[in-house]
Design a protein around this ligand. Structure first.
Ligand SMILES: [Zn+2]
Length: 291
C-alpha cells in the first residue's frame, strides 16, 4: 500500500488555516462580509422583536412576545418535569392536589382566563422547605407544600394561584423571552462580526425560563389580575392580603420564603392590592364570598 493512502489528513480547521490556503486570503473583504452578516442579524433581531407586537385582550396591552401561543404552551410543558424534579417531585397527598386543582380551575373557568387559549395545570410540589409558587409560560402553575401548608383558607390558596394565573395570562414569560431574544440577537450579531458565533439560543432560553424572575411591575400586575380573577370566581380578594401577611411572617423565620426572592416585595404591594380590591368592588367587598 502506498504511503499516500494511509496518510492521516489534518483536521479541517488546520487545512483551512490561512498559511495553508493556496491563495492569499483577502482579509479586508472577509471582515467586511462578517460586518454585513452581523448587521443583517442585528436587523433581523430588531425587526422580529418589533414585528412580534400582539394585543392582549385580558390586560388590554399591546405587548412584544417572541412565541406563538402553541410554542409557549410547548415550552412550558417541556420545562415542567424539570421544575417538578427540582422540588422533590409531586406532593403524594391526593386530596391536597385535588384541592389545588379545584381552586385553580374554579379561578380559570369563572374569570377572563377562561377566554384564553392557555392550557392550565396546577401542581402541588412535595418540597416542604421552599416557600414558593411560580408559573411557566403557557399555563403550568406550581405551589410548594411548604407554602400550601401555611395557608389557612381556600381563598388564600386562590390568592396564590390567581397571582400565578396572572403571570400566564399577561404572558410575562414570553415577553421576557422576547426581550432576551432581542438581546441575544444583538449579541449574536456582535459575535458574528468578530467571527466566533455559536448558537445555543434555545438552550439559553429554556435555562432562563426555568430560573425565571419577573420584574416588580410584572408582580404588581399579577397581584391585580389575581384580585380580579378571585372576585370573578367568588373568592374574597382580601385573602390576597392575608397571603402577603403569611409570607411576611414566614420571612422572619430561619428560612425566608423563596417567594420573596422570585417575587420582589415592594413596600407599596399591599397598598396596590387594596386599591385593586377597591376598583373591583367600589362599594366595598360584598358579603358571602369564599374567604
Ligand atoms: Zn409572581
Amino acid at each position: 500500500m502506498s504511503r499516500r493512502f494511509i496518510r492521516v489528513r489534518p483536521p479541517l480547521r488546520q487545512r483551512l488555516r490561512p498559511g495553508r490556503l493556496p491563495f492569499r486570503p483577502r482579509r479586508r473583504r472577509g471582515g467586511k462580509l462578517r460586518l454585513l452578516i452581523g448587521a443583517a442579524i442585528a436587523l433581523f433581531a430588531i425587526v422580529s422583536f418589533f414585528g412580534s407586537r400582539q394585543y392582549n385582550p385580558v390586560t388590554g396591552e399591546k405587548q412584544f412576545v417572541a412565541l406563538a401561543p402553541h410554542q409557549e404552551i410547548a415550552l412550558g410543558l417541556q420545562a415542567a418535569p424539570q421544575m417538578i424534579r427540582q422540588h422533590g417531585g409531586l406532593d403524594p397527598g391526593d386530596q391536597r392536589q385535588r384541592l389545588v386543582d379545584a381552586v385553580g380551575m374554579r379561578l380559570v373557568e369563572r374569570s377572563a382566563a377562561a377566554r384564553t387559549e392557555w392550557q392550565y395545570e396546577f401542581h402541588l410540589l412535595a418540597d416542604t422547605q421552599t416557600i414558593n409558587a411560580f408559573a411557566l409560560p403557557g399555563g403550568q402553575c406550581f405551589i410548594t407544600a411548604a407554602l400550601f401548608d401555611r395557608l389557612e383558607t381556600e381563598g388564600q390558596l386562590a390568592g396564590v394561584l390567581g397571582h400565578e394565573i396572572g403571570h400566564v395570562v399577561a404572558r410575562h414569560g414570553a415577553q421576557k423571552m422576547a426581550k432576551s431574544k432581542l438581546t441575544q440577537g444583538l449579541t449574536g450579531a456582535v459575535l458574528v462580526a468578530t467571527d466566533s458565533a455559536e448558537s445555543t439560543l434555545l438552550t439559553q432560553m429554556i435555562a432562563q425560563m426555568v430560573n425565571m424572575k419577573y420584574g416588580r411591575d410584572d408582580e404588581l400586575q399579577s397581584d391585580e389580575l389575581g384580585v380580579r380573577f378571585m372576585a370573578d370566581a367568588g373568592y374574597d380578594p382580601r385573602a390576597m392580603l392575608a397571603v402577603m401577611r403569611i409570607l411576611a411572617e414566614a420571612s422572619s423565620g430561619s428560612r425566608p420564603p423563596e417567594f420573596f426572592s422570585t417575587h420582589p416585595n415592594p413596600d407599596n404591594r399591599l397598598a396596590r392590592i387594596e386599591r385593586a380590591i377597591g376598583e373591583v368592588f367600589p362599594g366595598g367587598v360584598p358579603a358571602g364570598l369564599e374567604p
